[in-house]
Design a protein around this ligand. Structure first.
Ligand code: ADP
Ligand code: MG
Length: 469
């Protein structure tokens, strides 16, 4: 399959060639034809699978194919010269975007905007603009005054502009919710509902999410019409190109020594070290710098400018070790990141999947290492149940933990022999003979719901079908 075969507009094809894309990824192959046909889409596919192009290419194709007269009729929203000459108060005409992409974080929004600029480089006048928290209002007003075709926004700030009448969605043709599950996790559900309600029913809606279960699934059903459902990988996607490991540590000093040792690995190009708190991110980045690593922190307390500068330094290779919190690291897409370290384990297993997805980008291999103290064994098990993969425990000579870990083989919930998502040959099997079983344990029994018991639970819904709607 080629991009030409998908029937994309010549200007889009030219940009793709320039970007070095030779063929569509799996999700693009499935999503683009459906999107071009005007269908609503619900898509779950793992990070790094090329979802941005999956929704942006068909949109750009549509805009490029629109009659030139409609394009030409589109004018910037500036007050007319004559009105200004007459001394009338400046009146701001609301921006009327044709496409809106909602993303959970500023980084992700900027990334989508950058990708759009790349994919739309040969189009005559398609402008993509980001509307983000943390950006000065006057700057955003300037951007909106240009009446951009495409808005990429985080929900909160967008609502502010909508409420002050700066944006009018009556002309909106395409609505995209990128990383919808994450937006809901971050508490944006009401904002999203409000934004969706302000858009025409005739819009095309495309929703992307790691999972289409639970709360996300419910919202997805409400805001789409007869959607085409594309599930490339289950929510507990296997990340087969990413090797995972756990190292047990006795205490903080052990953890720090081990981290320093692992960061000296010659195969390491760049790494992201995840911490639970912003303060830890700062402290560890400082400590690593003193230890001679080119390290930098990235977290939500930093100004947008500082965050962008840090990410640029990572992309340019000036920063080798990025110490980050979950929210800040969301959407980081740097193909040269070879290692991900969980200095602290994430609170939710989904975050583990998102974290390790920062490596192994664009088809490369990656290594994800969790530094875990003995009390966190249960946490590791929750992650293993979620991903349906056992994470091998590694020990490095000279860094052995004093305590040995409790026996860990177990049967993750929902896993059945022959499950297509189960172990591959040569991998440690879940049903190893003689391994301790947890019969009748709280998570193993009966109802098919996952350990989370709430909307976050993934296993149950992964098998639920939308086909009966
Ligand atoms: P996702 O949103 O699924 O996590 P992205 O859209 O951010 O993935 O894409 C991940 C990476 O893959 C980006 O660096 C992007 O430029 C690259 N990419 C996307 N599609 C293709 C393709 N068809 N060929 C080569 N690289 C691609
Ligand atoms: Mg994405």
């Amino acid at each position: 399959m080629t991009f030409e075969a998908l029937g994309l507009h010549a200007s889009v094809l030219k940009a793709l060639t320039e970007a070095g894309y030779t063929k569509p990824t799996g999700v693009q192959e499935q999503a683009i034809p459906a999107a071009l046909a005007g269908r609503d889409l619900l898509v779950s596919s793992q990070t790094g699978s090329g979802k941005t192009a999956a929704f942006m290419l068909p949109a750009l194709h549509k805009f490029a194919s629109a009659e030139p007269s409609a394009e030409a009729a589109r004018t910037p929203n500036q007050q007319s010269q004559s009105a200004r000459a007459r001394g009338e108060r400046p009146r701001f005409r609301a921006a009327q975007p044709k496409m809106l992409v909602l993303t959970p974080t500023r980084e992700l929004a900027l990334q989508v905007t950058t990708a759009t600029d790349k994919y739309g480089a040969y189009m005559r006048r398609i402008r993509a603009v980001s509307i983000l928290g943390g950006m000065p209002y006057p700057k955003q007003m300037q951007l909106l005054a240009k009446n951009p075709e495409i808005l990429v926004a985080t929900p909160g700030r967008l609502i502010d502009h909508m409420e002050s009448g700066k944006i009018d969605f009556s002309q909106l043709e395409i609505l995209v919710l990128d990383e919808a599950d994450r937006m809901l996790d971050m508490g944006f559900i009401e904002d999203i509902e409000k934004i969706v309600a302000a858009t025409p029913d005739s819009r095309q809606t495309m929703l992307f999410s790691a999972t289409l279960d639970g709360v996300v699934g419910n919202m997805a059903k409400r805001i789409t019409t007869e959607p085409t459902i594309i599930q490339i990988a289950s929510s507990s996607s296997r990340h087969e190109n990413i090797q995972q490991r756990v190292h047990f540590v006795d205490d903080l000093s052990h953890k720090n020594r081990l981290l320093d040792h692992l960061l000296r690995d010659e195969t390491m190009d760049q790494a992201v070290v995840f911490t639970a708190t912003k303060r830890d991110a700062d402290t560890i980045a400082d400590r690593l710098n003193i230890a001679g690593f080119a390290a930098a922190a990235l977290h939500g307390d930093m100004h947008q400018g500082a965050r962008n500068r840090t990410l640029d330094s990572v992309r340019r290779g000036q920063v080798r070790v990025l110490v980050a919190t979950d929210v800040a690291a969301r959407g980081i897409d740097v193909p040269t990141i070879t290692h991900v370290f969980n200095y602290d384990l994430p609170k939710f297993p989904e975050d583990y999947v998102h974290r390790i997805g920062r490596t192994g980008r664009a088809g490369r291999n990656g290594l994800a290492i969790s530094l875990v103290n003995h009390a966190e064994g249960m946490h590791v098990k929750r992650i293993e149940r979620f991903t349906k993969q056992l994470i091998p425990v590694n020990v490095i000579e000279g860094f052995e933990p004093k305590r040995t870990a409790a026996p860990r083989p177990h049967k993750p919930n929902g896993w059945k022999p022959g499950d297509s998502r189960g172990g591959k040959p040569g991998q440690r099997s879940f049903s190893k003979p003689g391994a301790p079983r947890r019969e009748g344990s709280s998570y193993g029994s009966g109802n098919g719901s996952s350990f989370g018991k709430g909307p976050r639970g993934a296993d149950a819904g992964a098998r639920r079908s939308y086909g009966d709607r």
